[in-house]
Design a protein around this ligand. Structure first.
Ligand SMILES: [Zn+2]
Length: 324
């Protein structure tokens, strides 16, 4: 398959330093084995359709990537729907899958604590999709000053993710660059529409109830876009979360500001937030989605659904308490 081999060579040659990082295997034998296994265009899914395989670290990125890839690439996520993604522990199967991928996409901004170790020794190109977004810092806890990784919670930021994907996919598969560019533009228009819908919906929350109290501090970007004050129990999902001090701090805020409703995310236990509910009389406003999509038959099978769902749940819960 001469054309196939030629494309393999092009992929390697077009990898740009700075934008795409190539991890080199320590052992030559491992590289050779990996190349033999992948034959460059081989599939992580083993579906044998010959399309290059793009592997993302979580389901939200996979959905965004599918919108850009169209039918030209096979896109899969390492973590499954509903998974906790910050402290995920990759399995040997995940590593095997990654070794056969043609491109790996990660969010960056310290989201995937496991990622560096995961790709160590893999000879697969890798692109960081958050590159170029306006990063917000975490203001509290031991993460103070570090970037808040949840940049995708602003659809406007995701337009930058899309640009990065269009570039990375065009490097991977130059013959389809025009299709990726067109898909990217179409999806960016949808992102803008959802962004406008979200901010319009949340603009309806009364002035004195514009506080978004959640479990993880994952909503900084959404709160910024919508003009809400963000309050959370813990900064980033980790082993040390929901300490008594963190819960007390949230309780005090909710009481002092008569916050009508509080929320928690789908990938963590809402038990700490239920303690806030019991101590304050605030309502539990609902489950929000941020770090993972739901299964296809759940409430947020796509990223656009995720933003629409969260905007609706927040608006409803905070507006229902108005005047009571
Ligand atoms: Zn998170």
């Amino acid at each position: 398959m001469p054309k196939f081999m030629f494309r393999c060579a092009k992929v390697a040659a077009r990898t740009r330093p700075g934008r795409t990082v190539r991890f080199r295997a320590a052992a030559v034998a491992a590289v050779v084995l990996s190349l033999l296994l992948t034959a460059c265009g081989g599939g992580a899914s083993g579906n044998g359709d010959g399309k290059p395989v793009v592997l993302t670290t979580f389901t939200v990125l996979a959905d965004i990537a599918r919108n850009v890839a169209g039918d030209k690439l096979t896109v899969e996520s390492i973590t499954k729907a509903g998974a906790e993604i910050h402290g995920y522990e990759p399995t040997p199967g995940d590593i095997r899958k990654a070794s056969k991928a043609d491109l790996i996409l990660d969010n960056g901004l310290n989201l995937e604590a496991w990622f560096g170790q995961f790709v160590e020794g893999l000879d697969v190109p890798h692109a960081v999709v958050s590159e170029g977004v306006e990063v917000m810092s975490i203001s509290e806890d031991s993460y103070q000053g570090k970037p808040n990784p949840h940049a995708w919670m602003s659809p406007v930021n995701v337009q930058t993710y899309v640009d990065n994907m269009v570039r990375a996919f065009s490097d991977l598969d130059p013959d389809n660059a025009a299709a990726f560019a067109a898909n990217g533009e179409a999806y960016k228009a949808e992102l803008q529409a959802v962004q406008d819908q979200m901010t319009a919906s949340l603009a309806g929350v009364p002035e004195n109830q514009r506080a978004l109290v959640t479990c993880e501090g994952a909503f900084s970007y959404l709160a910024r876009d919508a003009g809400l004050k963000e309050v959370y129990i813990w900064a980033v999902n980790a082993e040390q979360q929901a300490t008594p001090q963190q819960i007390t701090r949230a309780i005090e805020y909710v009481k002092a500001n008569q916050v009508p409703a509080v929320f928690c995310e789908s990938t963590v236990s809402d038990a700490p937030m239920q303690q806030v509910v019991e101590a304050t009389g605030a309502r539990f406003g609902g489950t929000l989605y941020v770090d993972s999509l739901s299964e296809a038959d759940g409430p947020v099978p796509t990223y656009l659904d995720l933003i629409r769902h969260d905007a609706e749940v927040i608006t409803k819960a905070l507006t229902a308490g108005a005047g009571s």
